[in-house]
Design a protein around this ligand. Structure first.
Ligand code: PLP
Length: 509
């Protein structure tokens, strides 16, 4: 694979695309100007097109291949969501446009808040955090603000099960808490006895993922909620796995006080490559005053008139009013004086929020149920079939929620087959590898989430690939140890990649 610099030849270019402009550099001080032009590749338009098209084909993506990455829900996102969210009327909105000119947009966000509130069973929702991790930050900041507002400043600990995503203990630590680990029992549930021993007057709260990253639903969640609440702590729900329960059970009903949703996982924004996210937070009644601002609220006429400027146009001029003739406005520090404050510029990640809105409207209540049903059905079908091939499930007595874990502990001892070998060989079969070596407490594990958007044929073809790898481990181990064979980059030394990463390109002298 050539680098674009290697295709370069002096004087070549695509002048038709970018006619040369006479730059006026007079505003830039002499000392700050380049002495030589930058060494950019000089290629024709066609060379550039071919080069980047070739690169794009080397990528794994949902659009091209099955991508069963556990915990992260790499599912197919309907094109309609993207298309509607990208309408010029949304895309071209200026973030400083007055509320009176933004009533349609505000109505969409308000409805999104309401739909998310409804499906999670929380009292209110704020859309502004820009990632799951930032939603966690908002959530734990609210827990802290709640305790402090009551003069209760002695609580120093946040409890975190050992199966948790790394962002959970990191969040607790960033907010000045000590993250105290709670072990998981052999069935994959939180160890209740250890939990009881750990809670006390020092407990600010617990962060839980349910279903957990072990792919199982925490059956004693109500009991856990009781234990933590009785000790005066609050419950945080990591909503990264929300597709497993959408419309079926609600975190609010389980007793959670605050939840983040990864709208870029569950609600239709592709999130490979660390793209834009949205980590909307939902809160119970007691955390409502602390929500991050701004939040979209319904403007009643009186409030608008007192504010004088913005709202009045919306309520009097039919061009700006929504079909139900309600008008909307941003709630800010005047409405929520105890808010933890702003976490993002303006109102959060507008494009991701619009996609989530369109997706929720397309699905409706019935569709949300089907998301959870197919997420669970696909995971259970795949786990049952792989078990029949011979793979060991980490929690064989449990039903999978939307993802499940295979452990190669036995095959590692008997055949020296590792999770890395399976992951690398899957690439040769045209599949993105599942998550490997996470969660940390299961040795040689593969965390597999087929997601609700895959069909039976794809799942069966994946089982065929896994079966072929299973057989190869007994007939041709070098084939596995050397994989991948078909990709432009072969097996890398993981340690050197991490410790001595060098991605610079130097021109030949
Ligand atoms: C992805 C994920 C997070 C973090 O979310 P980001 O949007 O990546 O910041 C937290 N918890 C779990 C279980 C996750 O899968």
């Amino acid at each position: 694979m050539e680098l674009i610099f290697e295709l370069s030849s002096p004087g070549r270019g695509a002048a038709a695309q970018h006619p040369p402009v006479a730059a006026d550099l007079s505003a830039i001080p002499e000392a700050l100007r380049r002495k030589e032009p930058p060494r950019l590749p000089e290629v024709s338009e066609l060379q550039a097109v071919r080069h980047y098209t070739r690169l794009s084909r080397l990528n794994f993506s949902i659009d091209t291949q099955f991508y069963p990455l556990g915990s992260c829900t790499m599912k197919y996102n309907p094109r309609a969501c993207n298309k509607l969210a990208m309408l010029p009327e949304f895309l071209g909105r200026h973030p400083l446009a007055p509320e009176s000119h933004s009533q349609g947009y505000l109505a969409c966000l308000y409805e999104l808040q309401e739909m998310l509130r409804d499906v999670t069973g929380m009292a209110a929702v704020s859309l502004t955090p820009m990632a799951g991790a930032q939603g966690e930050f908002a959530g734990v900041a609210m827990i802290r603000a709640y305790h402090h507002a009551r003069g209760d400043t002695a609580r120093r600990e946040i409890l975190v099960p050992d199966a948790a995503h790394g962002t959970n203990p990191a969040t607790a630590t960033m907010l000045g808490y000590v993250a105290r680990e709670i072990p998981t029992d052999a069935q994959g549930d939180v160890d209740i006895e250890k939990l009881k021993a750990a809670v006390g007057p020092q407990t600010a709260g617990i962060m839980l993922t349910n279903p957990s990253t072990l792919g199982v639903f925490e059956r004693r969640i109500k009991e856990i909620a009781g234990i933590v609440h009785t000790a005066g702590g609050l419950l945080y729900y990591d909503g990264a796995n929300l597709n497993a329960i959408l419309g079926k059970v609600r975190p609010g009903d389980m007793g959670f006080d605050v939840i983040h949703m990864n709208l870029h996982k569950t609600f239709s924004t592709p999130h490979g490559g660390g793209g834009p996210g949205a980590g909307a937070v939902g809160v119970s009644e007691r955390l409502r005053p602390f929500m991050p601002i701004p939040v979209v609220g319904v403007a009643d006429g009186r409030e608008n008139r007192e504010k004088g400027d913005l709202g009045s146009l919306a309520s009097n001029d039919s061009r700006f009013s929504t079909p139900d003739s309600r008008s909307y406005r941003w709630l800010d520090e005047n409405d929520l004086p105890q808010s933890i404050g702003r976490l993002s510029a303006f109102m959060g990640n507008a494009g991701v929020l619009m996609r989530a809105y369109v997706y929720a409207r397309l699905l409706g209540r019935e569709g949300m149920h089907r998301v959870a049903e197919f997420a669970a059905l696909n995971a259970n079908y795949l786990s049952a079939r792989l078990k029949a091939v011979g793979f060991d499930l980490a929690y064989p007595t449990r039903r999978a929620s939307h993802e499940f874990i295979i452990t190669l502990k036995k095959q590692k001892q008997e055949l020296d087959l590792t999770a890395t070998d399976v992951a690398k060989r899957l690439l040769d079969h045209g599949y993105h590898a599942p998550t490997v070596y996470f969660p940390l407490l299961v040795p040689e594990c593969l965390l597999i989430e087929p997601t609700e958007t895959e069909d039976l044929q794809t799942l069966d073809a994946f089982v065929d690939a896994m079966t072929s790898i299973w057989n190869e481990a007994r007939s041709d181990m070098p084939k596995l140890k050397g994989a991948p064979w078909t990709l432009p980059v072969r097996r890398l030394d993981d340690v050197r990649c991490a410790r001595q990463l060098d991605l610079r390109w130097q021109p030949a002298p």
